[in-house]
Design a protein around this ligand. Structure first.
Ligand code: NAD
Length: 492
C-alpha cells in the first residue's frame, strides 16, 4: 500500500487528514508531464494566459474560507489570521501579476552606444518547469506566491508543500484544476526532504522557501546543476526604537509582529534595540501591550500553538541558554500547561546580549528580546551584527533620520514606523541577504527570476557593425587603429 502523510492539528494533536506520499523515483515522470504542458502554456499569448490565471484568482476568492479553514486546521492559527495572511495576501500577489506581468516581461529596448549602427533589446523567456518547495508557517501564501508568479511568467509548476501542512498544498492543486488550468500545469507532490531533493534534481528552476540549513542544500544542488534558485530563508529581524519614537504605537506593533502566528513568521520581530533615553518607558509599554495577549485554545486567546514538538524544544533551548547567560524574564518563558497542543506563553526577555542564541539564531516563537543600546549608532551596529538580513524596522518621529538609518541596515527589506508590510507589497522586491537567502520575490525582479533574459541585437544599416569595425579577415585594422578608436570614444 502507498505510504501516507498524516496531518495533525497542533492545537489538539488530533489527525485532520492525510495524503499519499510521492515516491522520489516517480518525480522524473511528474516533471516530464510538466515539461509537456510547459510547451503549450509558454507558447500562449500573454492575454490568453491571463484569462486562465484570472479564473484561478477568482476561484481562490470563491473558496477562500475553505483555504483558511484548511490552513487553520494544520497550523493551529486563528482562522481570521489564516484568511488575512494566506488568502488575502495570495490574492494581492495574484492581482498584482495579473495587472503587471505583461509590462514586466515586455521586451526592453537597450541603448547601443557606442555601436550606434546596431540596435538591441532584451526579451524574457520562461525557464520551463519550476519546482516550488514551501514551508509550513504560511502554507498557502508561500506556495501560491512562487507558483502563481512562475505561471504568469509562462512556466509550469510542480509544488512540494511542507510535510507538516500537506492538505493545504493538496487543496491548492485542486483549486488550480477546478479553476480550469490545463491538466498538469500545477502538480502537487508530497513527502519530506527526500522528495524535495529529488524535485530539485529534475526541474529547470527552483523557488524554495524555508530554513537556511535546507536552503543551503537546495542551493548546492542548484549550483551543481546550474539552474537558478530563489532562496527565501530564515531571519532574525531587528527593530530599532529611537528616542523620538511614539512608544505606545511602537510597542503595540512589536507585540503584534512578534506574536503573530505564534512568532513563526519570517519577518516577525525577534530582536529589539531600544536607545537608552527611552528604554525604561518603552519596556513598560511593551509589558502593557503583552497583557492583552495570551496563548491558548479558546476564543479569548490570541496566540495559537507552534507547529510541532521540535519547534517547542528549540524555543525552550533558546530561553534556557539566555537565562543561563544572565537574561531576565519579564513575562512568559514556559509552555502553557494543561493543554494538549504545542502552546508557548508570550514571552518578554531583557538583559540579553549577543553571546546568547536568542539574539543570534532564529527562534521562531512568541518571544520578544529587548536590548538597551546607548544611541542610534550602537543600535545600527547591533542590528547589523547578525548573519541574517531579511527584514528590519526603524521607529522615530523624525522620518528623515529614520530613513537615513534604514538605509544603513544590512537587510533585504526595511520598514519605517511600520512592521512586516514589505511582505504584502508585491510591487517591491522581497528577499533576504546573507543567511536569509538569494534572489527576490515580487515586482519585476520576482517574475523575471523564472525567465532567462535574452539579449538580441540587429544591425540598422545594410552593412553590419562588426564589418564596419573591420572585424573581417584578412585583418585590415591593427593596434594603431584600435588605440585611436579607444582614445576617440573613451577619453572624456
Ligand atoms: P524547512 O526548511 O524545514 O522546510 C521547508 C521545505 O523544505 C519543506 O517542504 C521540506 O519538506 C523541504 N525540504 C526539507 N529538506 C529538503 C531537501 N534536502 N531538499 C529539498 N527540500 C527539502 O522549513 P520550515 O520549518 O517548514 O519553515 C520555517 C523556515 O522557513 C524558517 O526558517 C522561516 O524563517 C523560513 N521562511 C522564510 C520566508 C522568507 O520569505 N524568507 C518565509 C517563510 C518562512
Amino acid at each position: 500500500m502507498q505510504e501516507r502523510i498524516i496531518s495533525y492539528d497542533p492545537c489538539t494533536l488530533e489527525p485532520v487528514g492525510d495524503v499519499a506520499v510521492t515516491s522520489p523515483e516517480s518525480i522524473g515522470t511528474v516533471v516530464e508531464r510538466s515539461r509537456k504542458v510547459f510547451a503549450e502554456w509558454s507558447s500562449l499569448e500573454h492575454d490568453d494566459r491571463r484569462i486562465v490565471l484570472r479564473a484561478f484568482k477568482r476561484t481562490v476568492l470563491a473558496r477562500g474560507h475553505e483555504v483558511a479553514r484548511t490552513v487553520a486546521s494544520e497550523t493551529g492559527k486563528p482562522i481570521g489570521d489564516a484568511y488575512a495572511f494566506d488568502v488575502v495576501t495570495s490574492l494581492t500577489v495574484m492581482d498584482h501579476y495579473l495587472r503587471h506581468a505583461h509590462r514586466y516581461l515586455k521586451p526592453r529596448r537597450a541603448g547601443s552606444w557606442p555601436y550606434l549602427s546596431t540596435r538591441g533589446w532584451t526579451e524574457y523567456h520562461p525557464r520551463g518547469v519550476v519546482g516550488v518547495i514551501s514551508p509550513s508557517n504560511y502554507p498557502f501564501f508561500l506556495s501560491m506566491i512562487p507558483a502563481f508568479t512562475a505561471l504568469a511568467a509562462g512556466c509550469s509548476v510542480v509544488l512540494k508543500p511542507s510535510e507538516k501542512t500537506p492538505l493545504t498544498g493538496e487543496l491548492l492543486g485542486h483549486i488550480a484544476g477546478d479553476a480550469g488550468l490545463p491538466p498538469d500545469l500545477v502538480q502537487v507532490v508530497h513527502g519530506a526532504g527526500n522528495v524535495g531533493a529529488a524535485l530539485v534534481n529534475q526541474v529547470d528552476a527552483v523557488a524554495f522557501t524555508g530554513s537556511t540549513a535546507v536552503g543551503k542544500k537546495v542551493g548546492e544542488t542548484a549550483g551543481r546543476r546550474l539552474i537558478p534558485a530563489v532562496l527565501e530563508l530564515g531571519g532574525k529581524d531587528p527593530i530599532i526604537v529611537l528616542d523620538d519614537a511614539h512608544l505606545r504605537r511602537t510597542a503595540q506593533a512589536v507585540v503584534w509582529s512578534g506574536m503573530l502566528n505564534a512568532g513563526q513568521t519570517c519577518v516577525s520581530v525577534e530582536r529589539v534595540y531600544a536607545v537608552d533615553a527611552i528604554y525604561a518607558p518603552f519596556l513598560a509599554e511593551l509589558d502593557r501591550a503583552l497583557e492583552d495577549v495570551a496563548a491558548g485554545t479558546d476564543d479569548r486567546h490570541e496566540i495559537g500553538p507552534v507547529i510541532d514538538q521540535a519547534q517547542l524544544e528549540l524555543i525552550e533551548a533558546h530561553i534556557a541558554d539566555a537565562l543561563a547567560k544572565g537574561a531576565r524574564l519579564v513575562r512568559g518563558g514556559r509552555r502553557v500547561e494543561n493543554v494538549s497542543g504545542f502552546y508557548y506563553e508570550p514571552t518578554l526577555l531583557t538583559e540579553v546580549d549577543h553571546t546568547m542564541a536568542i539574539m543570534r539564531e532564529e527562534t521562531f516563537g512568541p518571544i520578544i528580546s529587548v536590548m538597551r543600546v546607548a544611541d542610534e549608532q550602537a543600535a545600527v551596529e547591533m542590528a547589523n551584527d547578525n548573519r541574517y538580513g531579511l527584514h528590519a524596522s526603524v521607529w522615530g518621529r523624525d522620518r528623515s533620520r529614520a530613513a537615513r538609518i534604514a538605509s544603513r541596515i544590512r537587510s533585504g527589506t526595511v520598514a519605517i514606523n511600520d512592521l512586516d508590510v514589505n511582505f504584502i507589497m508585491p510591487s517591491l522586491p522581497f528577499g533576504g541577504i546573507g543567511d536569509s537567502g538569494l534572489g527576490v520575490a515580487f515586482g519585476p525582479e520576482g517574475i523575471r527570476s523564472f525567465c532567462y533574459a535574452q539579449g538580441i541585437t540587429a544591425t540598422r544599416l545594410p552593412i553590419s557593425t562588426s564589418a564596419l569595425l573591420g572585424a573581417r579577415y584578412p585583418r585590415r585594422r591593427g593596434l594603431r587603429y584600435w588605440k585611436a578608436v579607444a582614445q576617440a570614444l573613451f577619453r572624456w
